[in-house]
Design a protein around this ligand. Structure first.
Ligand SMILES: C[S@@+](CC[C@H](N)C(=O)[O-])C[C@H]1O[C@@H](n2cnc3c(N)ncnc32)[C@H](O)[C@@H]1O
Length: 242
């Protein structure tokens, strides 16, 4: 998240993504919140990053009418894409959803997910391979800090499948990702992942038949002297047909 091994280019930079390298990176990461956040919480001043992130996500969902308080609704069927050890599943989704399906390719993280109440189906595959179960329609699909491991084409196809798997009445996808501000997408060789520009995301959403119903920047992320995190943006997406 505080990138150090970063390259930028204007054309087809997503071809640098190598699945085996990103999986190798994650296989070697601790199955802990700290590991999920790339070690950021161990940097002085950044220890609250996960808490701030989850609070920002809760507030964003509340604006979509989803939550546990007042007249907000809870949801029955949710999916978390790239769930890791379940930091978001446990810290956000478990409180407002009945069933949570998760997609996560790293087996040692799946073992942690199995221990979280409410987790129903674990898809031990990458998002690019995930296919929804027959007949399941999600009220909420949460995708955070993981689409950088997919090429543009893989992400487009994945978003199309998400759109088809949404509850046609009120289903919503939330995608929460770091945003490149350097005028192009950035490739981080550390985990073989891409940090996309806001414009790139918007193009892909439109091509996937999705529309943005709300978008916010995550507020309150730590900033300590010269170190700060990349901006993190949340997009709520619905099918253009809804
Ligand atoms: C930065 S962690 C984020 C985990 C979780 N979303 C969170 O916010 O705590 C990135 C996760 O993406 C997973 N990942 C790597 N390649 C993936 C892929 N092709 N599809 C889905 N997830 C992937 C990693 O195993 C890791 O669990």
């Amino acid at each position: 998240m505080i990138g150090s091994n970063i390259a930028s280019s204007t054309s087809a930079i997503d071809s640098l993504i190598k699945k085996e390298r990103s999986l190798q990176y994650w296989e070697n990461v601790d199955a802990s919140d700290d590991g999920m956040l790339g070690g950021v919480p161990t940097v002085a001043g950044f220890s609250n990053t996960s808490k701030i992130d989850l609070q920002g996500s809760r507030s964003f969902l509340a604006k979509l009418g989803i939550g546990m308080t007042n007249d907000r609704r809870t949801v029955a069927h949710t999916l978390e894409g790239g769930a890791g050890i379940g930091r978001v599943t446990d810290g956000l989704l478990r409180g407002l959803a009945l069933h949570i399906d998760v997609v996560e390719p790293v087996i040692k993280f799946n073992d942690k997910l199995r221990g979280i109440s409410g987790v129903r189906h674990i898809f031990n595959v990458g998002l690019e391979e995930w296919v929804p179960l027959e007949g399941v329609r999600y009220d909420l699909i949460w995708i955070q800090w993981c689409v950088g491991y997919l090429t543009d084409e893989q992400l487009l196809d994945f978003l199309k499948r998400c759109g088809q798997a949404l509850n046609p009445e009120h289903g919503v996808i939330v995608l929460k990702e770091n945003i490149s501000m350097s005028g192009s997408d950035l490739f981080d060789a550390t985990d073989s992942g891409l940090i996309r520009e806001d414009n790139k995301f918007r193009q892909l959403f439109t091509q996937a038949g999705l529309r943005i119903t709300k978008t916010d920047l995550q507020k309150g992320l730590p900033r300590v002297s010269s170190r700060k995190l990349l901006p993190v943006r949340m997009y709520a997406l619905k099918s253009q047909l809804m």
